[in-house]
Design a binder for this molecule. Structure first.
Ligand code: URA
Length: 229
């Protein structure tokens, strides 16, 4: 890979900025200072700028216990983003696999592998997402049937795909959905006349949130977990 691209990929600076850095500052490749933008960085080379070793991010797959009050975005002018909880040097190569609302907690997947995340979010694949919902009003068997038949959400033209409402007790349920419409769980329960007071995602596909992760903590997925999707 060209040295200017290497700088840009590892730091987020533009290729133009990389050219300036190479002209004005010291960048070494395997101990030798290099100034040429087109210099080919050998595989596995040690590239140092400002005493920092710049490392290319390989394929990355993380699970986070998303806390409340942060948004699933790389940058946000108002709210803290989930990336504030991640100790990675450069966030713009990573993206969240789908989104959880500001006031939803639970299992969030983060990656730089677009094909992998597409397999999870594509409606064609029908990958289940399971949420624990706490409700303002009592749940009924009619709600269970309505979820199974598909609900008409406010402002939408098509019914939701059949979903599962598993009642835990009068005001708590597990909701299994197979698509990812905007605020889907809250809107489905609103369509039954109820209101979600708290929402937490427990599972995506067969992958469950690691109970050892406290809100805000994350870890790399194992090879087996990556291969689930
Ligand atoms: N459905 C919602 O309503 N909110 C979420 O964060 C995820 C699914």
């Amino acid at each position: 890979m060209r040295l200017d691209r290497y700088l840009s990929e590892t730091t987020g600076m533009s290729r133009k900025e990389a050219t300036k850095v190479l002209q004005r500052e010291i960048v070494t490749v395997d101990g030798v200072a290099q100034k040429k933008t087109a210099f080919q960085v050998p595989l596995g080379a040690e590239v140092i700028w400002n005493d920092i070793r710049l490392e290319l991010m390989g394929p990355t797959y993380l699970m986070m216990h998303k806390p409340l009050d942060c948004v699933c975005a790389n940058h946000d002018p108002i709210h803290q983003t989930i990336f504030a909880y991640l100790d990675v040097p450069y966030i713009d190569k990573l993206h969240t696999v789908g989104r959880l609302d500001l006031d939803t907690s639970g299992l969030l997947l983060i990656t730089n592998d677009g094909k992998w995340s597409h397999r999870i979010t594509s409606p064609k694949r029908q990958c289940p997402k399971i949420y624990h919902a706490w409700l303002a009003d009592p749940l009924t068997e009619a709600d269970v049937r309505a979820f199974a038949e598909g609900l008409q959400l406010h402002g939408e033209t098509t019914l939701t795909a059949p979903a599962v409402l598993e009642i835990i007790n009068e005001r708590e349920a597990l909701v299994h959905i197979y698509e990812g419409r905007y605020h889907q769980v809250r809107r489905m329960l609103a369509a039954t006349g109820n209101k979600v007071e708290k929402l937490h995602r427990e599972q995506v596909g067969t992958l469950k949130l690691d109970p050892d992760l406290a809100p805000g903590e994350s870890r790399r997925l194992t090879a087996e977990e990556i291969a689930l999707f």
